[in-house]
Design a protein around this ligand. Structure first.
Ligand code: CMC
Length: 389
């Protein structure tokens, strides 16, 4: 096997060079294209951050306007693609519906198969950004048996998504600017996170010169795993169990520390952050604002805050450098906004989309790109002869 290094889980192997996202997990730092996440959260929009990730620089106002207009022009789904949604069981999870529909986009845009055609790569970029929120909303609408609305391009990307998800022809969705802003912020915070499992998947599939729709579809499937994008759902389940069983946060913490039944404090700990996840810090305030406004406070938020307070002061968590991660508060916010739990990971996917696209484009532009092909250490039988029977 020569000079092959054994590195399960790619704990120490850099599979690529990248100019997109910088993380210092020890210091709790996250930057997109050099800009601190805190500044982008305060001053940017999801649309602008998407542009920054994909094209490398912040857009001028004219460039941003042109980008916005281009995306608005591409929100319609092919009428035949809409037939797709009726083909899945009503109770289907929206993640496989999303990945299937995204994969199917390449059957309508067959020119997109040539990944060396820069114009096609650009078109696929715009189509994905415009259509994925529509697909996500339709997956939800089908699951509750409601008719699909057409996008209304007088609305922004985020507004359209909310409208298509919650509005009906009978009762239009009343846009709440605070909810639009909070969702926009959550999408910014999820927009990229360097070589995580789904992004590495997008790169690996794309390294075989598979088109952008196929590669992003694979990324969505990777994200659907509970160890990756599914944690926000798990946090809410944990909080509800604590509430339903009337367990005090203190007693629950004892269970976690004694590793009873393998119980973990969901939404805590991270492979890279060994400090407060900077995204969790930004989300905590939003959780307070939104939950205070929408539900006049929330018992689950109180439980979450007490758990956090206890954990941050506890030796078990301090010694292991376990801090709240991005998912600790997001589920509570999504719930307050009216999203069912099944949609939480879909929202993560919508946020991560510009990151996947940026990483895909960076990869295919790399001179002398090599196909991703990990090695292995073979531990099976040595050569043996087929038995004579
Ligand atoms: N609650 C209690 N103990 C924990 C937790 C937790 N949430 N996380 C880690 N530990 C303990 C673990 O038991 C181990 O203890 P010991 O040394 O005594 O065996 C030690 O901390 C190290 O844990 P690990 O599992 O080796 O760490 P890892 O880097 O492989 O895992 C993790 C990271 C995120 C999978 C893990 O912290 C976890 O399961 N957290 C809860 C699930 C969660 O919130 N996931 C969201 C991740 S962020 C979003 C995303 O990337 O998609």
């Amino acid at each position: 096997t020569g000079n092959v290094t054994y590195d399960p889980g790619f704990m120490n192997t850099a599979a690529t060079k990248s100019e997109i996202t910088y993380i210092d997990g020890g210091a709790g730092i996250l930057r997109y294209r050099g800009y601190p996440i805190e500044q982008l959260a305060e001053k940017s929009s999801f649309l602008e951050t998407s542009y920054l990730l994909i094209y490398g620089e912040l857009p001028t106002p004219t460039e941003l306007e042109a980008f916005d207009q281009k995306i608005r022009r591409h929100t319609l789904l092919h009428e035949e693609l809409k037939g797709f949604f009726g083909g899945f069981p009503r109770e289907a999870h929206p993640m496989p519906v999303l990945s299937s529909a995204v994969s199917a986009l390449s059957t309508w845009y067959q020119d997109s198969l040539d990944t060396s055609d820069e114009e096609q790569v650009e078109l696929s970029t715009i189509r994905l950004l415009a259509k994925m929120p529509v697909i996500a909303a339709y997956a939800y609408k089908k699951s509750i048996g409601q008719a699909l609305l057409y996008p209304d391009n007088s609305h922004s990307l985020v507004e359209n998504f909310l409208r298509l998800t919650f509005g009906t022809a009978a009762e239009p969705y009343v846009m709440d600017p605070e909810i639009v802003k909070a969702l926009d912020l959550l999408l910014i915070l999820h927009a990229d996170h360097e070589q995580n499992c789904s992004t590495s998947t997008v790169r690996l599939v794309g390294s075989a010169q598979a088109n952008m729709f196929a590669s992003v579809s694979a990324g969505i499937n990777a994200l659907s795993g509970p160890a990756h994008g599914g944690a926000n759902e798990a946090v809410l389940k944990m909080l509800r169990t604590i509430q339903a069983e009337g367990v005090s946060p203190e007693d629950y913490m004892e269970k976690v520390k004694n590793k009873e039944d393998g119980v973990r404090l969901m939404g805590f700990g991270h492979r890279v952050y060994k400090n407060y996840d900077p995204r969790a810090k930004l989300i905590k305030q939003t959780a307070h604002d939104i939950l205070g406004k929408l539900s006049g406070g929330d018992e689950l938020l109180d439980i979450a805050m007490r758990l956090e307070e206890k954990a941050l002061a506890d030796d078990y968590f301090i010694e292991r450098k376990l801090y709240p991660n991005v998912d600790f508060y997001t589920g509570l916010i999504y719930k307050a906004m009216g999203f069912p739990e099944k949609m939480f990971t879909v929202l993560f996917a919508l946020g991560r989309l510009p990151g996947w696209i940026a990483q895909y484009r960076e990869m295919i532009q790399e001179p002398g790109l090599k196909i991703g092909r990990p090695r292995q250490l073979y531990v099976g039988h040595p050569e043996r002869d087929y038995p004579t029977r």
